[in-house]
Design a protein around this ligand. Structure first.
Ligand code: ACM
Ligand code: ZN
Length: 521
């Protein structure tokens, strides 16, 4: 049974089930949501085999039926039981999430051509088996940076499809950074009129880009309209994926300052970054009340668009030199009795955290938000190794692991000599597969705060969708198994074998994947 991520329990049985002209789906709950969930499955079967499977409310026990039972399985909302006998398929789940994941498993049990677009000229036969399955972690995420390079709606949907087929459930959308603001905000049109566009430095290495020159046109960029974002959120929701939007603050904000220079300590002028300049010192002024009015207004529109609990506020890599020199920032520190600029950043984040909390949302930020004191209720995304995550879990805060050592998919996955230029690092498929999100130093109780993990895809060196695919495949497949499957079920040799077959799925879909070393053997 070649299923990725590996199910908790899977027992092969004698015989097989065939989907034929007489097969029907019977469900104990005929809601609109259920029909919406089943339609892509039914459509896919119809498109590829010309067999139309009707969906009916449960009426009687009969054969050649795919039964869907909503019952307590004890497996949680994402879990499912799947029984395939020669006469019937039975899906049992507590919620639609589980049914959805069960269908993803069924796709993998069907002839592999089901992942393609062409007519399947063979019977739709499934091996008889019994599967009991549920995920280990509730946060199974992939991040994507659309600021360094912009990627259109069509690709974002494809990216969401890739997550869904791997039973991942979080898409962390890095929408704002120094190189471009990517989300329409009605109240601040200049964010997209100015902030979404930068001077082009085509063919020049990311670190060698000189800033925009006087009189130079800003021609590279783009953004998503609110209408587009609503559709993408719905698209993700239909695939049981929550989108976590990231609005960076107080640093990585040069593109905002280019549009609204009055929000920076010096007042500018600023231009949207064409590459990465270091140190990154043009940040929001923490002493200026206008900044907080701006951020609340921006967040209000963000909250309207993204219904998920978590809002990511960035918080990473803030160079605070300007704060030390700015009279407004110094006055703020005095008034709030803050001893240093780390405490000023902490005060800034806490203020935003309080606002999000008042809107019944939760703040999540990169592990630098621990510096100067963590905001109440804030969750931490641990990227500088695991230490930030460990520290946060120990004091009772939720954590998402994303250490550079194992989870940065912008890193090289093979010998840099033979690879396209990447940001650095060396994170092989095997290394990703070896990752265990729960650090050994945590007690059982503290470990409950580790919600899961995610891979980060920073796009400084990735300009095209094909290049992103190359960097995430097949590492995403390893991460999916790290997050879904139990430790007892993880086995590198077994995974490699299943992956070799799964690569055919990539080929049929047309994914530009990294041809891993073992494939050529
Ligand atoms: C990060 O990689 N700067 C979070
Ligand atoms: Zn200031």
């Amino acid at each position: 049974m070649n299923i990725i991520p590996k199910p908790s329990k899977c027992t092969k049985k004698e015989g097989s089930f065939s989907i034929t002209e007489n097969t029907i789906i019977q469900t104990s709950t005929m809601s609109l949501e259920m029909q919406k969930l089943l339609l892509p499955f039914v459509d896919k079967i119809y498109k590829l085999s010309h067999i139309k499977i009707p969906i009916k409310e449960y009426s009687e026990i009969c054969t050649n039926v795919i039964n869907i039972d909503f019952i307590q399985t004890g497996l949680g909302k994402e879990g499912y039981k799947l029984e395939i006998s020669s006469s019937n398929i039975t899906i049992k789940a507590e919620a639609l999430n589980g049914v959805f994941y069960c269908i993803q498993t069924i796709f993998q049990l069907l002839p592999i051509e089901i992942f393609g677009e062409k007519f399947i000229n063979k019977p739709l036969v499934l091996q008889c088996c019994e599967i009991i399955d549920n995920p280990c972690f509730i946060w199974r995420g992939m991040h994507l940076d659309v600021s360094r390079h912009f990627f259109n709606v069509k690709f974002i949907k494809k990216y969401i499809d890739y997550l869904a087929m791997h039973k991942m459930n979080i898409f962390h959308w890095h929408l704002t950074d120094d190189n471009g603001w990517r989300i329409e905000i009605k109240k601040y049109p200049k964010l997209t009129e100015i902030g979404a566009w930068r001077a082009s430095r085509d063919g020049i290495g990311w670190r060698d880009c000189k800033p925009q020159q006087p009189g130079e046109k800003t021609i590279y960029g783009g953004y998503y309209t609110q209408q587009e974002i609503k559709k993408i959120v719905q698209y993700a929701n239909d695939r049981f994926i929550t989108i976590i939007p990231e609005i960076e603050m107080p640093g990585h904000t040069l593109e905002v300052l280019a549009a609204y220079p009055e929000l920076g300590c010096t007042g500018g002028p600023y231009t949207v970054a064409t590459g990465t300049y270091w140190p990154n010192k043009d940040i929001f002024c923490a002493g200026n009340e206008e900044v907080f009015v701006f951020l609340k207004n921006v967040l209000n529109e963000v909250l309207e668009l993204f219904p998920g609990k978590y809002i990511h506020i960035g918080g990473d890599e803030v160079n605070k030199e300007e704060w030390k020199k700015c009279s407004k920032c110094l006055t703020r520190m005095q008034k709030e009795n803050l001893q240093n600029v780390e405490e000023l950043q902490s005060w800034f984040i806490k203020r935003i955290g309080k606002y999000l909390h008042s809107k019944n949302r939760k703040l999540i930020g990169w592990d630098e938000i621990l510096e100067g004191g963590l905001a109440p209720n804030a969750a931490v995304m641990s990227w500088q190794g695991e230490k930030g995550g460990i520290q946060a879990a120990k004091i009772g805060h939720d954590v998402v692991m994303s250490p550079g050592t194992h989870c940065y998919f912008d890193h090289y996955q093979d010998d840099p000599e033979t690879e396209p230029k990447a940001i650095g690092g060396y994170t092989t498929l095997k290394k990703v597969y070896s990752y265990e999100p729960i650090p050994k130093e945590l007690t059982k109780r503290q470990a409950k705060h580790i919600l899961g993990a995610q891979a980060n895809v920073w796009t400084e060196w990735m300009e095209t969708p094909e290049h992103i695919e190359y960097m995430i495949f097949p590492r995403i497949t390893a991460l999916a198994e790290v997050l879904w499957s139990t430790i007892d079920n993880k086995n590198w040799e077994d995974f490699k074998e299943r992956l070799q077959k799964f690569l055919n799925v990539y080929r049929i879909i047309g994914i530009n994947y990294h041809k891993s070393v073992f494939e050529e053997q």
